[in-house]
Design a protein. Structure first.
Length: 388
């Protein structure tokens, strides 16, 4: 039995949270608490739908095979995520050769099969590609040479390699066979996200009608210059059937855009993702043979250019930035990083909740005036996996 004390993230009221085994047993008022402003916050742990790697480790096997800077070992990613408040996470496998993507999925399945603790923290796998737009801009950093039209046999190969763990799939719906592919994914129990797309507004609407429910990192993976209106960003913002995920690292979207997107989607349709890459969290300097650079701010760029080459921060930064950029409440920012990601996968109220009966994936944290949230404790299924 564990008892946590602090301010409830939704109300700000002092509470005592009793954890019994892997679940929350009780959430009760803390009547004799010290002044609330001195107390840390209690909340469901962060839930990252899109994490490629971090701290020198990568979920994509061999993505850095010619360099010694990044390891294919994945357990440290989970440890680093726990330090920053993330318990549940979706390892994300991105566009590469079919053989390399299959290898990444199989390697991930092998690690998870052998490690029940990591398996419990992995609600599924996110595949981003190779069925994406080949256009410059929408394609982002995905290699053009590996871009393909949707193919059900390729998906089946991926799903078999992953041991049936693929739960989220990002694609561009305008590709040949895209709508039928979306319908088949939904029938197979996979959540479909639209991303790296150059689709027309009509194609976006048709994709949502076919079953797509998420926009992947909206505002990124897009043309540098778009028609004023209509365009695929406006269309996705306006469609109330779509959740929007965004990267609020301070680099991928300007604060004004984060604010507008938060207002457009509201507290029920905006979720945060990190989309962090393997050199995120590493010391400033050049990586991948001098091709990529980590700047002192944590921004990751193609060396010698202003162009982004990945995200370098996790959700502790995203939550703090969403509050500061968009003026949302702490409750809404935490909800965007915990409850809504779980809801997207159909895992609420068991996940992303600070209510009796929910899984005890919890965090105790403070929010400094600057920088990321400071995580004091992280619990996974009632077990303390980080204290600092």
């Amino acid at each position: 039995m564990t008892v946590l004390t602090g301010r409830h993230y939704l109300t700000g009221d002092p509470v005592r949270v009793t954890v019994s085994g892997p679940t929350v047993a009780a959430v009760e008022p803390w009547f004799d608490a010290p002044p609330s402003e001195t107390l840390p916050w209690l909340a469901p742990a962060f839930f990252d739908l899109q994490l490629n790697g971090y701290g020198g480790h990568d979920f994509n096997v061999g993505a850095w095979s010619d360099e010694g800077e990044v390891s294919d070992e994945i357990a440290p990613i989970y440890e680093l995520a726990a330090r920053t408040g993330t318990v549940q996470l979706m390892p994300t496998v991105t566009t590469n050769s079919l053989e390399r993507m299959e290898q990444s999925l199989a390697a991930l399945a092998s690690v998870l099969d052998a490690d029940p603790a990591l398996q419990r923290r992995t609600p599924g796998v996110h595949v981003e590609g190779p069925f994406l737009s080949s256009d410059d801009g929408p394609r982002g950093a995905h290699p053009r040479s590996y871009i393909l039209d949707p193919d059900w046999e390729i998906y089946r190969r991926f799903q078999d390699a992953a041991g049936g763990r693929i739960r989220l799939f990002t694609l561009a719906p305008e590709l040949e066979g895209g709508l039928e592919f979306i319908e088949r994914l939904v029938d197979d129990g996979v959540v479909v996200a639209l991303g790296h797309t150059a689709a027309s507004p009509a194609q976006i609407s048709d994709a949502v009608s076919a079953g797509a429910t998420v926009s992947t990192h909206l505002g990124n993976g897009a043309h540098g210059v778009l028609a004023r209106h209509p365009n695929y960003i406006w269309e996705q913002l306006a469609d109330d059937r779509l959740y929007a995920t965004i990267i609020a690292d301070g680099h991928h979207l300007p604060p004004s855009v984060v604010k507008v997107m938060a207002r457009a989607k509201g507290r029920s349709r905006l979720a945060l993702v990190s989309d962090a890459v393997s050199i995120g969290g590493l010391a400033p300097g050049l990586y991948k043979g001098g091709e990529r650079e980590v700047l002192p701010s944590g921004r990751i760029v193609l060396a010698g250019t202003p162009y982004l080459a990945g995200a370098g921060h996790l959700l502790d930064t995203g939550v703090a930035n969403l509050i500061r950029f968009a003026g949302v409440s702490l409750a809404d920012a935490v909800t965007a990083a915990s409850t809504l990601p779980a809801q997207i996968l159909g895992l609420t109220p068991r996940k992303g909740s600070l209510e009796p009966g929910a899984d005890a994936d919890l965090i105790v944290f403070t929010l400094p005036d600057d920088g990321p949230a400071r995580i004091l404790q992280t619990l996974s299924f009632g077990e303390v996996i980080h204290a600092g």
